[in-house]
Design a protein around this ligand. Structure first.
Ligand code: ADP
Ligand code: ASP
Ligand code: MG
Length: 423
């Protein structure tokens, strides 16, 4: 007998049928003798629909109120799931994030968990009940306001609870059979990974593979908690996210673990920046003061004749207008000529721990992109990742070309997409 935390994503509980199917799975786990804590996301695309609704009444909704609105999505699914389980003759109690003891900072829309005090969950388990927790939400320690953890944050709720409860495993149920070598919606021949390391999964998640929330992987690594990513629509074994690949599993020690892509970023180019010490610091301090996370940066060598250079960087599209506004304010002080904003870009990343010991990966990557007719606009690397920026319209073509070039294509059809709208 163990303690299992299961998380069900929005596509797994998209409608009443889905809720009933998930309820059966949960009851089966309980009947197998385990204590079960379930974290649930909002039904289907509810969160997107609530955001659309908020934007119809206000172009810039207040963070506190937006969080209050969005957390309603998870409240609906948690109560319905508890009812569905009750209908199967088992006791289930639902809890909001706040009731479950998910304590966060006060950063609305991107709150970080600072503590988890799951006393009420432990009581429910001790009473023999199944505990259902609303994902993606918490309560601010300072303001006592309701917060959300950022899009996809239910994964992080699940891992944080699993760590606090010292669960044996955290199971993340979704609409595909596990973590694949690329997004199965883009690459149907993608191969399911048996295992992926925390390190590789961190890079994949940070590069746009939304199958796991980035912070949930950081959390799992910190607590050395195994995550099992699998489908709620099948009984197939999924992917284990672990510290190291099992020994002798040569298949998993492939040089490249996978390819991630991301269409959520935009590029800003600051044209004609005077090449003086301190200028880049001034620009990026202004961006940092606005709490904007930037990703890649490229600065050209300044032209000898003019002493001017261009600086480009990428950032989430959602921050685009805020960033251009801030930069326009410091234009006079910094003395750059103009700004260009481009939201038609895509980012493609190749990730694999084997890159460390295999020279030539970059050359092979760039060659396959050029054969596919994909022009590279920016490049950045880490020890185990190479990322490029290209036109958004070339992105999927580039992903497929790289997938084939690095021999990742499966010869069987493995990559079933069971549900979800891909939104
Ligand atoms: P959930 O609603 O269950 O949280 P998400 O939509 O957040 O599900 O994440 C699952 C989706 O992640 C899949 O449907 C798939 O399109 C996408 N995805 C992107 N990259 C990968 C990958 N490498 N492996 C598996 N799925 C991926
Ligand atoms: N419902 C939230 C979202 O759509 C959280 C989650 O699904 O993980 O982002
Ligand atoms: Mg998700």
């Amino acid at each position: 007998m163990g303690l299992i935390v299961q998380k069900y994503g929005g596509s797994s509980v998209a409608d009443a049928e889905g809720l009933k199917r998930v309820a059966n799975r949960i009851v089966a786990t309980k009947k197998a003798g385990h204590q079960v804590v379930v974290v649930v996301s909002a039904m289907g695309d509810t969160t997107d629909e609530l955001i659309d609704l908020a934007n119809q009444v206000s172009p810039m909704p207040h963070g506190r109120e937006l969080d209050m609105l969005l957390t309603a999505g998870e409240r609906i699914s948690m109560a319905l799931l508890a009812m569905a389980i009750g209908n199967l003759g088992h006791e289930a109690q639902s809890f909001t994030g706040s009731q479950a003891g998910v304590i966060t900072d006060s950063s609305h829309g991107a709150a970080r968990i600072i503590d988890v005090t799951p006393g009420r969950i432990q009581h429910a388990l001790a009473d023999g009940a199944i505990a259902i927790v609303a994902g993606f939400q918490g309560i601010s320690q300072d303001t006592k306001d309701i917060t959300t953890l950022g899009r996809g944050g239910s994964d992080t709720t699940a891992v944080a609870l699993a760590a606090a409860l010292e669960a044996d495993v955290c199971e993340i149920y979704t609409d595909v059979d596990g973590v694949f070598t690329a997004d199965p919606r883009v690459v149907p021949s993608a191969r399911k990974l048996k295992t992926v390391t925390y390190e590789e999964m961190l890079e994949l998640a940070a590069s746009g593979a939304k199958v796991l929330h980035l912070r949930c992987v950081e959390y799992a690594r910190r607590f050395d908690l195994p995550i099992h990513v699998r489908s709620s629509f099948s009984n197939n074994e999924g992917t284990w996210v672990v510290k190291d690949h099992p020994e002798g599993d040569t298949m998993e020690q492939a040089i490249i673990a996978g390819i991630a892509h991301d269409k959520s970023e935009a590029k800003i180019t600051i044209v004609g920046v005077p090449d003086r010490t301190g200028t880049a610091a001034r620009i990026f301090q202004a961006i940092a003061d606005a709490q904007i996370n930037i990703d890649m940066i490229v600065q050209n060598v300044s032209a000898a004749a003019t002493g001017l250079t261009d600086i480009s960087f990428t950032l989430p599209k959602a921050e685009g207008s805020k960033a251009t506004e801030i930069l326009t304010k410091i234009q006079g002080e910094v003395g750059f000529a103009s700004l260009q904003y481009d939201d038609q870009i895509g980012k493609l990343s190749l990730v694999g721990a084997g890159m460390r010991s295999h020279p030539g990966i970059t050359a092979q990557f760039f060659a396959c992109l050029s054969e596919a007719g994909v022009n590279i606009e920016m490049i950045s690397t880490s020890e185990i990742r190479i990322s490029i920026v290209c036109r958004a319209t070339d992105l999927e073509k580039g992903v497929r070309a790289a997938h084939t070039a690095f021999d990742l294509d499966s010869d069987q059809v493995e990559a079933v997409v069971y549900g979800g709208t891909g939104r």
